[in-house]
Design a protein around this ligand. Structure first.
Ligand code: MLT
Length: 442
């Protein structure tokens, strides 16, 4: 089997050749006319960031040209798992090639061998006040991990620019192993009095199974499967707010752990990953307001009231997609194939069923009552957080859980940023008066 570093190294020359050709022959060629709407609209519609691992357009995301459905066919699964494997997906994102079973096994073993956290980090985490939120713990833990960056050590020793990707890869693999362990430890410290935080890892298992071990849920196959699925679906979606933040921060050669912390902060915005969390609250409120057997008319009336009161409906609409988010299909399927556990801690048994019914009803209501929304279809957030919650994750833990996947995907992109020698990001800013002056001089 190839090692990951061999898989990446094999691809680098052709990608550098392409980058060199683009700059040498097409440097000044226009590919998009930048409009006032692009600039005032949060750069929507303006293709302005090179992203090696995927491309998201109005119909969904493609990873190196393949849809999730194709990858479901093509990528090897882990053991008896029915879900896409986060490690297989990652290998594919890094190398643009499908791993063999042997490569998947070797790669997962490498990642798991990197899972343990340095002692200064565990000591720090174990002494944090447990009344601080999991996101605060995660941010602080990442900041302490920063001093373990191999890229930073290499830079301090004057490493050559062409070699940086190898140190970035070492960091990326360390972080991919460590982040789930960090998140499980935070869970244990905040919710479970430190139980299982040092439980023995299974070096022959994958990251999801080892995460479950440290979460005290190693026998809960539904949870392990959901972890695999969530870490694939949330791994990458192009230059969304968290990924773009990380790209910007790491383009200044910031260490990867601080970069991930910046991404987590970006994710905690209501309009981005926090929408997952908010969608759970929205759905739970709807469930308790409507009771166990609402009619479609009850759902419609409830949603209309929310729209009339100016409430944001989390999980509907998307900045780029103009169809139902293709990732949602995988969650529908997961819910259908894995009977939800009995309700615990206030999770209503009809929650997931109600959301799926609401997903059919809400888009038409939004089309009529909020016609400004370009695509009112449900996105992955409409169901993913509520599914995580129903299968046992505390609501304020959803973001750190999902951030494990997002971190893995971005780290793959960040290694390619270094391999291609992409520069620090520095767009020009312009005032509105400046915009007007440019329009008048045209
Ligand atoms: C995501 O995956 O982060 C969301 O769909 C948001 C986005 O892509 O902009």
């Amino acid at each position: 089997p190839r090692t990951l570093i061999e898989g990446i190294a094999a691809r680098i020359p052709s990608r550098i050749k392409l980058a060199t050709k683009l700059v040498a022959f097409h440097a000044k060629a226009p590919i998009h006319q930048l409009t006032v709407e692009n600039i005032l609209g949060g750069m929507r519609g303006a293709p302005s960031i090179v992203w090696e691992i995927s491309e998201t357009d109005s119909s969904g995301v493609k990873y190196h040209g393949r849809t999730l459905r194709q990858l479901e066919e093509d990528l090897p699964k882990w053991g008896n798992s029915k879900q896409l494997s986060p490690e297989a997906m990652l290998w594919y994102l890094y190398t643009a090639s499908v791993p063999t079973q042997a490569e998947l096994k070797q790669f997962a073993a490498d990642l798991v061998s990197r899972c343990e956290l340095p002692k200064d980090v565990t000591d720090f985490l174990d002494n944090l006040p447990v009344n601080l939120s999991p996101i605060v713990h995660m941010n602080m833990g990442l900041t302490v991990l920063a001093q373990h960056s191999k890229l930073m050590k290499a830079l301090a020793k004057g490493a050559r620019k062409e070699e940086l990707w190898k140190f970035a890869l070492e960091d990326a693999l360390d972080a991919t192993g460590r982040i789930p362990t960090l998140v499980a430890r935070i869970h244990s410290n905040i919710y479970r009095q430190g139980c299982d935080r040092d439980a023995t890892l299974d070096l022959s298992a994958d990251l999801a199974q080892n995460f479950a071990i440290r979460m005290g849920r190693s026998c809960d196959i539904n949870f392990v499967e959901l972890t695999r699925l969530a870490w694939v679906l949330h791994q990458d979606h192009g230059a969304n707010v968290s990924a773009h933040t990380m790209r910007l921060v790491s383009s200044a050669l910031t260490d990867p752990y601080s970069t991930l912390s910046a991404g987590l902060i970006a994710g905690s915005g209501t309009l981005h990953a926090m929408a997952i969390h908010n969608s759970v609250d929205f759905n739970k409120n709807m469930t308790s307001a409507l009771g166990p057997n609402p009619t479609d008319q009850d759902i419609e009336n409830y949603v209309l009231k929310c729209i009339a009161s100016g409430q944001i409906l989390p999980g509907y609409g998307h900045a780029v997609l103009r169809v139902v988010d293709p990732r949602l299909e995988w969650i529908y399927r997961f819910v259908a194939d894995h009977p939800a556990p009995l309700p615990e801690s206030g999770v209503h048994p009809v929650l997931l069923e109600l959301i799926q019914r609401a997903n059919m009803i809400v888009p038409d209501l939004l089309r009529v009552h909020l016609p400004k929304i370009k695509n009112p279809a449900p996105n992955v957030d409409a169901l993913s957080g509520s599914t995580m919650h129903t299968y046992g994750l505390d609501v304020d833990f959803i973001l750190p859980f999902m951030a494990c996947g997002r971190a893995m995907g971005f780290l793959a992109q960040s290694v390619w940023d270094k391999a291609l020698g992409l520069p620090i990001e520095r767009p020009l800013s312009i005032t509105m008066d400046g915009l007007l002056a440019k329009l008048q001089s045209n």
